[in-house]
Design a protein around this ligand. Structure first.
Ligand code: MG
Length: 424
């Protein structure tokens, strides 16, 4: 009997037989899911490796580098395999490799859950809540349109809503612009963004929203790291009066030292971390309690294995979780999110984007949304199955007029009026 076999209670240790990649874009966004198969009949798992802006590089990282490293290894040694993948490139903590690692990591958790015939949350200590408070996005060209959409979302039972509004003539984030020309001449032909009109427009939106939607609904807003840090300090102060659930990404990852100044000057709750790849980005902010919500993208930090450690550290520091959950998360990734939401005492809120009919044709087993709360599908592992024939019907690609077609999924440019590039 092999060492440790007795602890498996009669379950044979599965060996990794193959690692393959499912690359599909049923809703236009490029989803990458890793499938790990084992030497045991019918025992396999899926992991999210979705990084839409560089999706094809993640596919190569899995196929060319991780597959040869993990073939033949025992699939039940997840922590050990995670560390081997992490160390293998020597230079580490980049988004491409982290997503590739996540694909294998989450597939191994799926396999362990399927082998145990339990949802993954049971392997992590079991539920500490029944459902996860979720929020959805309301956006419009005008404040009135955003508020109408918020009302529709509230009517579905949501208790937390993100509000974004377009800026006339400008490329806002999370909301299309009205068609007017920008005020003031621009020295560039392409999309333009200016922070002052954005801040004024957003403050006007929230003033109206609190009047029209009342004080009970929880509201949040995403700055998407577009503000110069000095303006972000002022904006967080100006938004304090609207009693946000949180203000998201008021600063870019490069500017996080300014959180101390925001903290010192207002009580606006702060969420940060969507773009973080590296423990050295989140650790100081959490330890110093400079943020209230950690908002990392689970596959971007390397999968479930590092994300649950991050959540545990945050719990010790009274920082809550708000895992990134937009459309560019695969359904497997959404299931990893809800798993963490259910088992972590310091869960805060879950961003939720429902899959369209095409995505649901490819993937079954989405978490279930009821009355503003997300629920696990209660099936073994992640409970997700992939229809690979349907996935093959939706290869990577965009419409003829979509600039992302030429950029292979990458984002185009947004500039200030003077022609300088902004972060998006
Ligand atoms: Mg965001």
């Amino acid at each position: 009997m092999a060492a440790g076999a007795a602890t498996l209670k009669g379950l044979p240790s599965p060996k990794i037989k193959d690692v393959s990649v499912i690359a599909t874009a049923p809703a236009g966004l490029r989803l990458v899911v890793v499938k790990v198969t084992t030497d045991q009949d019918g025992l396999y798992g899926y992991g999210c490796a979705t990084f839409t802006q560089r999706a094809e590089l993640v596919v190569q990282a899995v196929q060319q580098y991780l597959r040869p490293l993990v073939l033949g290894k025992p699939a039940d040694r997840i922590a050990d395999i995670w560390r081997a993948m992490y160390a293998s490139s020597y230079w580490r903590n980049g988004p491409v490799l982290n997503n590739a690692i996540s694909g294998v990591d989450e597939a191994l958790w799926d396999i362990k859950g399927r082998q145990a015939n339990m949802p993954v949350y049971q392997l992590l200590g079991g539920k500490c809540r029944e459902g996860a408070l979720a929020y959805s996005h309301a956006s419009g060209k005008e404040p009135a349109e955003t508020i109408d959409r918020a009302r529709a979302i509230m009517a579905q039972g949501f208790k937390v809503v993100r509000l974004q509004v377009g800026i006339p003539g400008m490329a806002g984030y999370g909301a299309a612009a009205a068609g007017q020309k920008p005020t003031g001449a621009a020295l560039t032909e392409g999309p333009v963004f200016e922070p002052v009109p954005y801040m004024q427009r957003t403050l006007a939106l929230f003033e109206r929203a609190r009047k029209d939607l009342g004080s009970e609904i929880e509201l949040l807003h995403d700055c998407h790291e577009r503000l110069p840090p000095r303006m972000a300090v002022q904006f967080a102060k100006d938004m304090e009066q609207f009693r946000l659930f949180f203000l998201e990404d008021p600063l870019a990852p490069e500017d996080t030292s300014y959180f101390r100044q925001i903290r010192a000057q207002c009580a606006t709750p702060l969420a940060m971390g969507e773009l973080f790849n590296n423990p050295n980005e989140w650790t100081p902010l959490i330890k110093e309690q400079l943020i209230d919500y950690i908002r990392c993208h689970v596959s971007q930090v390397g999968g479930l294995t590092p994300a649950r450690k991050l959540a545990a550290m945050a719990e010790e520091c009274q920082v809550q979780t708000a895992w990134h959950g937009p459309g560019d998360t695969s359904p497997v990734g959404h299931c990893a999110n809800i798993t963490l939401d259910l088992v972590c005492q310091n869960f805060g809120v879950q961003e939720w984007t429902a899959g369209d009919a095409r995505t649901q044709e490819v993937f079954s087993g989405y978490p279930e949304m009821r009355d503003g709360y997300l629920f696990a599908n209660e099936k073994p592992g992640w409970g997700v199955e992939v229809n690979e024939k349907a996935a093959a019907k939706y290869p990577f690609g965009y419409g003829e007029n979509d600039q992302r077609r030429n950029l292979n999924g990458g984002w185009g440019e947004v500039r200030r009026r003077d022609g300088s590039i902004i972060q998006q």
